[in-house]
Design a protein around this ligand. Structure first.
Ligand SMILES: [Zn+2]
Length: 88
């Protein structure tokens, strides 16, 4: 019982660290403070909340997810289900 709880926590820590790392890397790539209103790739409207939370955002969620997938593939890291969670 306790072992199961500890394992769940460890997995969550790992996911949090991965998301944080991805966000930090994405921010490194992007100029800060100039969020676009429309996605650079597909011209989809980027929600104001996303523009606020990601300074200098240039892609909508779907396109960003595609980019993240490519970055992960290059680094040899592939996690199933991440696309689904990012689209929500
Ligand atoms: Zn897009």
């Amino acid at each position: 019982m306790a072992g199961g709880f500890a394992k769940d926590g460890a997995v969550q820590d790992q996911i949090d660290a991965t998301v944080e790392d991805a966000v930090n890397r994405a921010r490194d790539r992007l100029p800060r403070g100039t969020s676009l209103r429309h996605c650079e790739e597909c011209a989809e409207t980027i929600p104001p909340a996303r523009r606020k939370s990601v300074p200098g955002v240039r892609l909508c969620l779907a396109c960003q997810a595609e980019h993240d997938k490519c970055a992960k593939a290059v680094s040899g890291y592939n996690r199933r289900g991440s696309k689904d969670s990012q689209l929500r």
